[in-house]
Design a protein around this ligand. Structure first.
Ligand code: ZN
Length: 563
């Protein structure tokens, strides 16, 4: 089919970045971009979008879609490969229930109207593997975040409080890994796990390095802001999955009170549901979501994503190896543990969220509380795929946020413990369709610093979803089934100006780009040369010249130069 001129006619457009609230208008596409009508010449394919919702393609800012973790997870769940999702025509067979195969990951995003997804954690040393898998995911644009929070060199520069060296390390590592930003997972805690421990507060020192989580986070934020990267530090907090952890989460957010950036947040705290627990054990666990939401709503430099669990199959996979050990003990479930030399660790555990299980029901309720109580300009919809469940459930989460009635029905099927331990049953707030569109498009694009994503203004990428939903007529509060179904099956998904989905079915495979950040002109790596040589000579198992990924190895790299 190729890239063609498109005229999307009479659609009802919601484009929050450009202040368009359900207005009837036309959209024009040329060369994969949104353009003015006057720029169109020659053949034009007209798409009649009368009474249909027209929005930008969805942006998933936090999912685990590529790399060693999801691959190990697939090995642990061979039964998933019995589920064939698609075998049609020229397209590749795609399989999986939760741990989808690489083709299925791209196809299922497109079949939901999503066109961009970020792999949220890759060990720097494993980045080639991560990119090989990202390159086998069709349709979507993508990027990956290398992890920094337990890297011995990061500890060294934290202890020395040397921002110039930290900036050089970050710029060098992002260039070497073809990464996009600075991910931090349980800073200090994963290193302590190498000795069987974990951190219990922001002030626990890490053995042999004389640094604390408080110092690691602060120094990484300082360096990231110094480089003015498009995306802020992206933090998986300490004490994830521990009852009572909501207080640590708030303490962590306070660390950035002195930082300000005119373009974006200075800290994105991810899958906050897992860090919003009150109580002192799993027997009295409850929700700290209202305290977290209050704090985020007041702060002008913090954003979050939900990490919403959905009932059904999931797989916990995270660099937070000590958390995974606790989960393994708690569930008695099969478990993989991994140490990544000098840089990080990881764990993987298949699991199922059950509505009648009191803890699962509380987790489910907390995610929704966060989504409902936090300002729609500060909270992004995520399941932390596959940790909370499949991203294919985003339309369900959107519908739940828009309908107290739907929640009431779901609450009736869940453990009654949530009545006691959470506020969800008494929350009657409902997000509007415009707000949930914002939380899945313009907001994640802004948080990531992607100028051409999440909106339909001139110059934007022609990533467009058209749904069989008239926002001027539908009432999401009562017609939640209609809304969920419509958002799950776009009439059209257009990626870079090409029609990839029609009437909910994939019609062709296209290939997206991999964004990466080059901030090298801002630093002199000379200041870290000696340390790099020392570490590669004495501690790493590989040579320095074998470390990293060259741009030419990627299928369709798109470099973003910063500074
Ligand atoms: Zn994650």
């Amino acid at each position: 089919m190729g890239i063609m001129n498109l005229h999307i006619k009479n659609g009802i457009v919601i484009d929050t970045k450009n202040g368009i609230k359900a207005e009837k208008m036309d959209i024009f596409v040329k060369g994969g971009k949104i353009v003015q009508e006057s720029e169109i010449e020659g053949d034009v394919k007209v798409i009649d979008a009368s009474n249909k919702l027209v929005v930008a393609g969805g942006v998933d800012m936090h999912a685990h879609i590529a790399g060693s973790k999801i691959n190990s997870g697939r090995t642990m769940r061979p039964e998933e490969m019995r589920i064939v999702r698609q075998t049609a025509g020229k397209l590749r067979t795609s399989m999986g229930r939760v741990l989808l195969t690489s083709p299925a990951i791209g196809y299922e995003y497109a079949k939901m109207g999503y066109t961009t997804s970020f792999e949220a954690a890759s060990p720097p040393i494993g980045s080639l593997h991560t990119h090989e898998e990202l390159d086998s995911i069709p349709v979507i644009d993508k990027a990956m975040l290398p992890v920094f929070g337990n890297w011995h060199l990061v500890f060294k520069y934290t202890a020395e409080k040397d921002t110039e060296k930290m900036k050089a390390l970050i710029a060098w590592a992002i260039e070497r890994t073809k990464g996009f930003g600075v991910k931090v997972v349980n800073p200090g805690g994963v290193e302590k796990w190498m000795y069987g421990g974990n951190v219990t507060s922001l002030d626990d020192p890490v053995e042999y390095f004389n640094v604390t989580p408080r110092e690691i986070i602060t120094e990484l934020v300082k360096a990231t802001e110094g480089l003015n990267l498009p995306h802020s530090v992206h933090l998986h907090c300490n004490r994830l999955g521990v009852p009572g952890n909501y207080e640590t989460t708030i303490e962590t957010m306070k660390l950035v009170s002195g930082f300000k950036n005119d373009e974006r947040q200075v800290l994105h705290v991810t899958h906050v549901q897992f860090n919003s627990y009150s109580g002192s054990s799993w027997r009295d666990v409850g929700s700290g979501a209202d305290e977290i939401a209050k704090f985020v709503n007041k702060a002008d430099n913090i954003t979050i994503d939900m990490g919403q669990p959905v009932f059904g199959h999931a797989t916990a996979m995270t660099g937070d190896a000590p958390f995974q050990f606790n989960l393994h003990k708690l569930l008695g479930a099969k478990w993989i543990n991994k140490d990544v030399e000098l840089e990080t660790g990881a764990g993987i555990i298949p699991l199922v969220y059950l509505p009648k299980n009191p803890v699962h029901a509380v987790q489910w309720a907390i995610g929704l509380e966060l989504g409902l109580l936090t300002d729609s300009d500060k909270v992004v919809i995520s399941t932390d795929f596959p940790n909370g469940g499949p991203y294919t459930k985003y339309p369900y989460i959107m519908a739940m946020l828009m309908s107290a009635k739907m929640r009431e029905k779901e609450i009736a099927n869940a453990s009654p413990y949530i009545q006691k331990a959470t506020n969800l049953p008494s929350i009657d707030a409902e997000k509007t369709l415009e707000e949930t569109i914002h939380m899945t498009r313009a907001l994640p694009a802004r948080i990531l610093g992607l100028q051409t994503k999440g909106h339909l203004g001139v110059g934007g990428d022609a990533d467009i979803a058209i749904y069989d939903l008239n926002p001027l007529e539908v009432d999401p509060s009562t017609e939640y089934e209609v809304v969920e179904k419509a958002l799950s099956t776009p009439i059209y998904t257009i990626k870079g100006g090409e029609i990839v989905v029609k009437d909910g079915e994939l019609v062709q495979e296209v290939w997206g780009r991999t964004y990466w950040i080059d901030a090298m002109s801002q630093v002199s790596t000379e200041v870290i040369e000696e340390d790099l040589d020392d570490y590669f000579t004495h501690y790493y198992t590989i040579q320095r010249y074998n470390y990293g990924v060259e741009e030419a190895w990627l299928r369709a790299p798109e470099k973003i130069v910063v500074g």
